[in-house]
Design a protein around this ligand. Sequence first.
Ligand code: IPM
Ligand code: MG
Length: 357
Amino acid sequence: MKHYRIAAIPADGIGPEVIAAGLQALEALEKRDGGFSLDVTHFDWGSERYKRTGALMPEDGPQQLKEFDAIFFGAVGAPDVPDHVTLWGLRLPICQGLDQYANVRPTRILPGIASPLAGVGPGDLDWVIVRENSEGEYSGHGGRAHKGFPEEIGTETAIFTRAGVTRIMRFAFGLALSRPRKMLTVVTKSNAQRHGMVMWDEIAAEVAREFPDVTWDKMLVDAMTVRMVKDPRSLDTIVATNLHADILSDLAGALAGSLGVAPTANIDPERRFPSMFEPIHGSAFDIAGKGIANPVATFWTASRMLDHLGETKAAERLMIAVEKVCEAGIMTPDIGGNATTQEVTDAVCDAIRGANF
Ligand code: IPM
Ligand code: MG
């Protein structure tokens, strides 16, 4: 019997609702499988804690997380706390403190969910976006001077290092190699940004030589948005900078039918530290507390977490259960259904319990 220690950080808005749903599914999988157990520790970190104590998490937060095997994260962000405070107070210090430099965002169209693209259904859009997660435009470098005066300046410096770009390229090429089509598209903006982005292109070409079995091409980020819409079948694995991939992954989520189903994994590929798994959708305060948050993104997230832990059978079983439930039309209002979070969760747990898969 394998034991895994999981740190659950539900945090803000619908975070607690979807994490509760995810934990129910994980428990059902644990019972069905019999080969592993999860020991879950809850952390009350988030915006409420910030309002009470002035900090979203304790100063040694990332340090406290190091003893866990994985982190199961809900969402951070509150209407009455500035977004840059919540982001830089919780999620980024964890990602950067645990050097989770690869952010992995799979997108595909689940059965029963309609893409806004005409004639595009399950199988036509099956992508994984790899987002550089430790530097680039999210390095936090820059500053303000002459505040409030007409000559005020603000700078926001993107930082690209050879080490940082090389490691994310190796990760992306490796991931592309593990997928059936073995295709990678490297996204930059190296026509307008002629320093760091040109270095990305050069390093991509260097790393490509280590992966002769991967077919790869390059796209400028603006043209990439057009290709994603017009020719989704031509894409498979995609690698881009922190900000470019942030934007492209929202587009990808929308094209797959809903951001409400999209998962993300913040990975330390070297496994020195725990990786962190979260739904992409965010805290969605407009529907918090109503019991209608879509738990599918969190189920998919939980599946990625199990896969990372090595529980591939349970990870697969969870996705099959989710697909069956979506196909049966048991879904929340954001994707056209009328089920509650709990009804979808119960259906998924029932499918897991009765599974012959
Ligand atoms: C995401 C989100 C975050 C990001 C926000 C909430 C700061 O959009 O995970 O894609 O930009 O990284
Ligand atoms: Mg985003």
